[in-house]
Design a protein around this ligand. Structure first.
Ligand code: HEM
Length: 135
């Protein structure tokens, strides 16, 4: 069983670091083409949620103490981040192809706004995940 825990935690942390890290990088630099990251980010988010649910089932199903409250806060901010990314970045990146220069500028501004909001929320998620066991 130990081996399963190691694989699940490894996948969880790697996918989470990719999702949060690329979101923050794209949010900081609008010259990075956010649309190229969107699908891998959403794929990583799905993996984070699936492995996170497994971790909850393995280690936290029995009680809802202060550690679980901190984890839950991180999970809620991650859920909102995924929603914001899907709504703002996803919809804008789909409309980019075929848009004229003025529309592209507008769509890119919308994508950057989405990445910034999601990046801020994922900062809270990472802090909660990393510190939860100290509560
Ligand atoms: C950017 C997103 C995320 C990152 C970077 C991340 C990272 C981490 C890290 C580093 C830990 C290990 C903490 C420790 O052992 O002290 C952890 C634990 C955990 N994460 Fe996440 N996480 C993310 C999102 C999520 C989500 C969305 C869920 C739930 C759906 C979740 C559920 C959990 C659970 C239940 C644990 C506790 C595991 C244990 O008790 O050892 N995480 N996470």
């Amino acid at each position: 069983m130990q081996f399963v825990y190691i694989v699940v935690i490894g996948l969880h942390v790697m996918a989470g670091v990719f999702w949060a890290g690329t979101t923050m990088a794209v949010a900081r630099d609008p010259d990075i083409r956010a649309e190229r990251f969107f699908r891998p980010q959403m794929g990583a988010a799905v993996l984070v949620f699936l492995t996170g649910i497994l971790l909850w089932y393995f280690f936290h199903e029995a009680a809802f103490g202060s550690m679980e409250k901190v984890l839950a806060l991180g999970i809620v901010t991650a859920l909102i981040a995924a929603g914001v990314q899907g709504a703002l970045v996803g919809s804008a990146s789909r409309r980019l192809a075929g848009a004229d220069a003025a529309a592209q500028t507008e769509l890119r501004a919308k994508m950057t706004r989405g990445e910034r909001i999601a990046g801020g929320l994922l900062v809270i998620t990472v802090l909660c995940m990393a510190t939860a066991r100290m509560f």
